[in-house]
Ligand binder design. Structure first.
Ligand SMILES: [Zn+2]
Length: 151
């Protein structure tokens, strides 16, 4: 699979719909969000754009262990964030914009975009066949939220 700096992350249907915001106390989410922006130097961590940022949860999927693990929270601009959630972009009729931005940021062709999208869809279909995913966000939270809050 070709690596792009801006890529698609399609969450398996059965997985917990990553949204730390709904799970954490507002003050904790705020702390996570703001430290992600500060870490990125208040720029999008993918394209470097300044301006309004959004916090994006990064997950790692271990298909053997059926484990969905939180591995980070990144600062993304809204355009990069939209591409990351490509199925949602298509759902709200912004597929063309997302495609343009993917090609621009990654410096790739339309054929390469379609290839990357197909790979992401295949990966999604494969992960969807796995039942009973476990979600682990405790370790990351332990290292990034609770530890720093005790200082
Ligand atoms: Zn960006």
């Amino acid at each position: 699979m070709k690596k792009y700096k801006l890529y698609f992350e399609i969450v398996p249907d059965e997985c917990w719909r990553g949204n730390l915001r709904s799970l954490l106390a507002p003050a904790d989410w705020d702390k996570i969000r703001k430290s992600a922006y500060a870490r990125a130097g208040y720029k999008c961590s993918v394209c470097g754009a300044r301006g309004r940022l959004e916090a994006h949860e990064r997950w790692h999927y271990d298909e053997k262990k059926k484990l969905q693990k939180l591995v980070g929270v990144d600062a993304l601009c809204s355009r990069c964030h939209e591409v990351t959630h490509i199925s949602r972009a298509y759902l709200v009729g912004r597929g063309a914009e997302a495609m343009e931005w993917f090609m621009q940021v990654n410096g790739c062709s339309q054929a390469e975009y379609h290839e990357a999208l197909q790979e992401a869809n295949e990966e999604h279909a494969r992960r969807n066949k796995i039942e009973e995913w476990t979600t682990d966000m405790q370790e990351w939270l332990q290292n990034n939220l609770y530890r720093s809050s005790k200082k």
